[in-house]
Design a protein around this ligand. Sequence first.
Ligand code: TPP
Ligand code: DXP
Ligand code: MG
Length: 644
Amino acid sequence: MNGNIMNKNELILAGIESPADVQDLSLEALKTLSDEIRETIIRTVAQRGGHLASSLGVVELTVALLKIFSPPKDRIVFDVGHQAYAYKILTGRRDAFSTLRTKGGISGFPKREESPYDFFDVGHAGNAISVAAGLAQARCFNGDDHKVIAVVGDGSLTCGVSYEGLNQAGAAEKDLIIILNDNEMSISPNVGAMAAYLNRIMTGQIVTRFRAEVKNILKNVMGEPIYSLAKQFEDALKGFITPGKLFEDLGFKYVGPIDGHQVKHLVETFKNIKRFREPVLVHAITCKGKGYCQAEQNPSRFHGVGPFDIETGKVHSQPRPPSYTTVFGKALVKLASKDPKIVAITAAMEYGTGLAEFARLFPRRFFDVGIAEQHGIVFAAGLASEGYHPVVAIYSTFIQRGYDHLIHDVCMQNFPVVFAMDRAGIVGEDGPTHHGAFDIAFARSIPNLTVMAPADEDQLSDMLATALTLNSPVSIRYARADGLGVPIKKEPELIPVGKGRMMTEGEDLLIIAIGSMVDPAVQAADLLAKKGISAGVLDARFIKPLDEDLILEKSRAAGKVLVVEEGILAGGFGSAILELFSDKGLGGGSAVRMGISDAFVEHGTRAELLADLGLTPEGISAQAVSMLKDRPESKLRRFSSIRL
Ligand SMILES: Cc1ncc(C[n+]2csc(CCOP(=O)(O)OP(=O)(O)O)c2C)c(N)n1
Ligand SMILES: CC(=O)[C@@H](O)[C@H](O)COP(=O)(O)O
Ligand SMILES: [Mg+2]
């Protein structure tokens, strides 16, 4: 299919009310249905944004699964879940699909509360095999006989947890089906030894090479007559050496590789394996982006994409200041060009973390470790122990995977590893699995770790330079957002560790803000000034160590303190301030905290969700007004903020 998506009538899809309807369709109808689903996905994602290429790659797979298996009796779980759009469309969410990823609309990932056909909430990679193992065990306890199927991408076979799942499931000998959806892509081309192994299976090299080796041995060691005899048994030999021997050795019946776009082939295969009573792995070869030429040609760009023009594939965009991610990538390249000890590590997010330019310029110092956050952190610790200066760029939500390693392998030994925690705070449409809500709370409790958050993009560049001068671990958190458009200094300035700064002075109230909340706090002070309220704004810059002297001095002077952060309140930055007040005798009751309360934040645009949380200039100013409501009117009108 070219860039032209015809607005055909979706005749078959229109008749699908539940997945049971798919089972009545002929093979021909299933093919047409696949085309119709593809069009629906392309049209919807072009409007809403989303995970296009991955979802297009599994349309036939999904249709064939639903032809043979019967959810909700049979359980189908998806790894990551970003590829489940066809499944959503066929399991009762066809009409709601137009609300994909919008606030109050359907989620971009499987979600139990959204549908009885979704069995597990997901968003992070690598857990599907373990989930399936748990579901199979529960089935066994309950004496049920349904099927359990995990759809897993090749990228997810770079996750350590996938092997933990295989390890148990293979030995448990329980009836369980893994569909390995191999498109040779993670977000970028897939990496590592397993990816190379799968590629050798796919290209037939494993069988061919084995046969060539056996032939040589027979010829050289046994002589020509035995070789001729063996040749007659070549077919038997071929059958004996299965291409997925690695999986067979782990206890799985390997089936494949099969073409993941041939509905007939898929349906026949699924019909056959449905009878098996043992762990099975079906290796399906698919094309990421299948059916939309722009995505087939550039699957990385269309992995997760904003609204775009279907004809051209161009993403709709306005001129905007560079994002924090872009500024980070550029700043790191600049620093690395002067310091050969700097190395950069990503866990399968080269583009998302802004490291593409670094990878191009310093290929020997760039490491994509796969979706292996835990390994990436320990790998960095190993490098740091030998005098290198690793910068580990991982999204806040994914670094949760590496928490033990952050403590045990990096901070306990005080290694100078810099963690660039991108996507810290509210990320928007990806929702609760992806919001970076917890990193302040979990980072600030770790000894030796310095924790910073820039208020603008220039400060991010300064903080990165500062972090690389410290001989200890550092975390820098920044949001999935554009910068403020401030100019970035030619040469970064080092920031004294643990020093905050005043943005505005004020006398009625002090707003202490961190990172992405500094600018809204300053804007709030402007709104408050218009109401006759004089609010000071303190940019803490460091979550740890805190600028205790400045915070205490200004808080004492103001009397009323409002702390604002884009992170979970429990144990967060505001908690750090309250601890300080309590420890230094200021009285904890005098500070009000704003941030993410004790709940998972759903999906929506970043702006909508921040507004819901009150983390906007208007929300902060409203909170300040309510804190001051008992003050005499005359006092409030005496002061105005003085912008520094
Ligand atoms: C723990 C974790 N790290 C990183 C990601 C970001 N991520 C989402 S999908 C993806 C690639 C998945 O590749 P694969 O499983 O092969 O699926 P495909 O998109 O190729 O179908 C990555 C790295 C994630 N979701 N979870
Ligand atoms: C599914 C997944 O985990 C990623 O594709 C993620 O959605 C990327 O997020 P960004 O768009 O913020 O890079
Ligand atoms: Mg893949």
